[in-house]
Design a binder for this molecule. Structure first.
Ligand code: PXP
Length: 397
């Protein structure tokens, strides 16, 4: 499946990793079962793109990508040629760079999207034909992009420990032990890269005092999980954690049940993101592995999404677990390609964590109950170290 790449953009200050582009194009051809076809890619600047756009589409402006299927309008005898040509994709690096900045993506992520988009046009997809065709093409794009390896420089997936349940034990007696502040320090000593606490409106475990003290003592990163309630927002703005994770919160639930419905409350959540942004606090949205929610999170300016792993962990059959895993993998890949930072968590334990930690798009896992439960038997430091080792093996392996 030769991919021919011609770079007319060599004089530009914008550098493009052409080897990576060719490898991406080859992966895409394989995923589209078109690996027996030749593909040509041409990289141009805006000036050359404008010339082409004007000549072939009558539009005297630059565009991001143009696709020319080889057999489009060609003599039928050409399809009998022994070499199969798919066609040409032309990408303007200037436009790709502008779009990458606008969408807060890396240039490489943007170019991969343009390549995928261009390739689908060559294969007959056309978002301009109808709304249904547009959805079809968008879904196919998301599916392909989720299968392409993210390009983050290889780092270990981080472990953030949720210490809510240390506070749950303390609150059961109404005393001051065990203290989540001490627990957080032990978790950090054992390798945790972050501490998570959920300040619930009913204050069933973490108290205001805990959040304020943790702000002073946490040496890694303090992630405040919270509902989008006015009182809690004010506390967050005052305490200034390193980030906040917005979750849906119901008084009757035992633990956070589902992901946020971002699509249904974009305005409200965008308002909270803006308030936090003004205070320099990045926001993560806790969402189900659902592409619509990811798009909505990106639209309203979230910095992170945390993908809910609960259904994967609670699956009662291998088939169901596999299905949930694939949803998480696709969602994480899609969010990453859109330039979002991707965390995951909920229900992860010593058996279910490894596979999730191996997903390259995921930066951090937020784990609480399993580690605190194991700590009751073997001690907190050991329980954290064991989870840390699982994540290290999976993400570096
Ligand atoms: N992430 C979020 C958003 C959560 O609400 C919770 C539970 O507090 C977790 C992660 C951790 O879940 P678990 O305690 O099941 O590990």
């Amino acid at each position: 499946m030769p991919v021919y790449l011609t770079d007319h953009n060599t004089g530009s200050k914008i550098s493009v990793d052409t080897r990576q582009m060719i490898s991406r194009a080859e992966q895409l051809l394989t995923l589209c079962q078109a690996s027996d076809q030749n593909l040509s890619i041409l990289l141009v600047d805006d000036e050359e793109m404008t010339t082409m756009n004007s000549r072939y589409r009558g539009k005297n402006v630059p565009t991001n990508v143009l696709s020319f299927p080889f057999l489009d309008g060609a003599d039928a005898s050409l399809s009998a040629l022994p070499v199969k040509e798919l066609g040409d994709i032309i990408i303007s690096i200037d436009t790709a760079q502008r779009e990458a900045v606008a969408y807060r993506q890396t240039l490489s992520t943007r170019i991969t999207w343009l390549l995928t988009h261009g390739l689908l046009h060559l294969m007959g997809y056309d978002h301009e034909r109808s709304a249904e065709d547009a959805t079809l093409m968008e879904e196919k794009e998301a599916e392909l992009l989720s299968c392409i390896h993210p390009v983050r420089s290889k780092h270990m997936t981080h472990l953030a420990i949720n210490v809510d349940h240390i506070a749950t034990i303390r609150q059961a007696r109404g005393t001051d032990e065990p203290d989540p502040i001490t627990a957080a320090a032990l978790c950090e000593l054992a390798g945790a890269a972050g501490i998570v606490v959920h300040l619930r409106e009913d204050r069933r475990h973490i108290q205001d005092r805990d959040v304020r003290l943790l702000r002073q003592t946490v040496k890694t990163k303090l992630n405040l999980e919270m509902g989008a309630a006015k009182e809690i927002i004010e506390i967050a703005l005052d305490v200034k954690p390193d980030m906040v994770t917005l979750v849906p919160e119901k008084r009757q639930e035992l633990t956070t049940e589902g992901g946020l419905n971002v699509t249904g409350q974009k305005k409200k959540l965008a308002g909270v993101i803006e308030q936090m942004g003004n205070a320099g606090i990045p926001v993560s949205l806790f969402i189900d592995p659902d592409l619509k929610q990811i798009r909505a999170a990106q639209d309203i300016g979230a910095t992170f999404v945390e993908i809910h792993t609960g259904k994967y962990c609670d699956a009662t059959s291998e088939g169901e677990r596999e299905q949930e895993f694939q949803l998480i993998a696709a969602a994480a890949g899609d969010a990453f390609q859109r330039g979002l930072h991707v965390n995951a968590g909920h229900g992860l334990d010593y058996r279910t964590t490894s596979r999730i930690a191996a997903l390259e798009a995921i930066e951090e896992l937020s784990i609480g109950h399993a580690v605190i439960a194991r700590a009751a038997y073997i001690g907190l430091e050991r329980a954290v170290r064991e989870m840390f080792a699982i994540i290290q093996a999976a993400s570096l392996g």
